[in-house]
Design a protein around this ligand. Structure first.
Ligand SMILES: O=C(O)c1ccccc1N[C@@H]1O[C@H](COP(=O)(O)O)[C@@H](O)[C@H]1O
Length: 207
């Protein structure tokens, strides 16, 4: 089965359209103000309104207040939420919108237990644990920590690049891969050529 691709940290319409043109399945928008990739609900709404159909849009939050999430959902009409902070299973489910749960992985992380706790999540997005930083660090974790049984429900993230993604897909066979820094020319500014290379590399594994 083809591995889906999500390009995260979109801040500009031209980057969103380049990603779609290159074959991206999903785009991510960061609603975490300290991030260099943060967008306002109005900015995201303008980009999302200009997209063609059949592109999944995702809103990323880190311990946001419920009213902030509700505002983003109402203004942007995103398809999925991505919780990247300490949100509990109860909180994630309370928003009543499909969600993916990001987990920051370190050797002692019990992914089986997390999968049970967040059973209502559409997928588990695995990023690398870096102390004091909630994500988007460009750091890679040990993919062997991912239990075989979970792999069809995993969105693999964390420091993926056009150079590394084919090996990741061949080795782990995740449902999807997610990239931000690896396809940028500067934080928040995507590189259309790197996006195309990234997606070509993913698809190369499946031919
Ligand atoms: O991108 C950010 O700035 C960010 C901030 C806070 C939480 C998550 C963030 N990004 C997500 O982290 C993963 C991995 O990113 P990278 O490829 O290693 O740069 C991905 O889901 C990003 O969207």
């Amino acid at each position: 089965m083809r591995t889906r691709v999500k390009i995260c940290g979109i801040t500009r319409l031209q980057d969103a359209l380049a990603a779609v043109e290159a074959g991206a399945d999903a785009l991510g928008f960061v609603f975490y103000p300290p991030s260099p990739r943060a967008v306002t609900p109005a900015q995201a709404a303008e980009i999302i309104a200009a997209l063609p159909p059949f592109v999944t849009t995702t809103a990323l939050f880190v311990n946001a207040q419920r009213n902030e999430i509700d505002e983003v959902v109402a203004l942007t009409q995103v398809d999925l939420l991505q919780f990247h902070g300490d949100e509990t299973p109860e909180f994630c489910q309370s928003v009543q919108k499909p969600f993916i749960r990001a987990l920051r992985v370190k050797p002692e992380t019990d992914l089986q237990a997390a999968a049970q706790d967040y059973a209502a999540a559409r997928a588990l997005l695995l990023d690398t644990y870096v102390a004091g930083v909630p994500g988007g660090t460009g750091a890679v974790f040990d993919w062997q920590l991912i239990p075989e049984t979970l792999r069809p429900k995993i969105v693999l993230a964390g420091g993926l690049t056009p150079q590394s993604v084919a090996q990741a897909v061949a080795q782990i066979r995740p449902w999807a891969v997610d990239v931000s820094g690896g396809v940028e020319q500067a934080p928040g500014i995507k590189d259309a050529q790197k996006i195309q290379e990234f997606i070509n590399e993913v698809n190369r594994v499946h031919v």
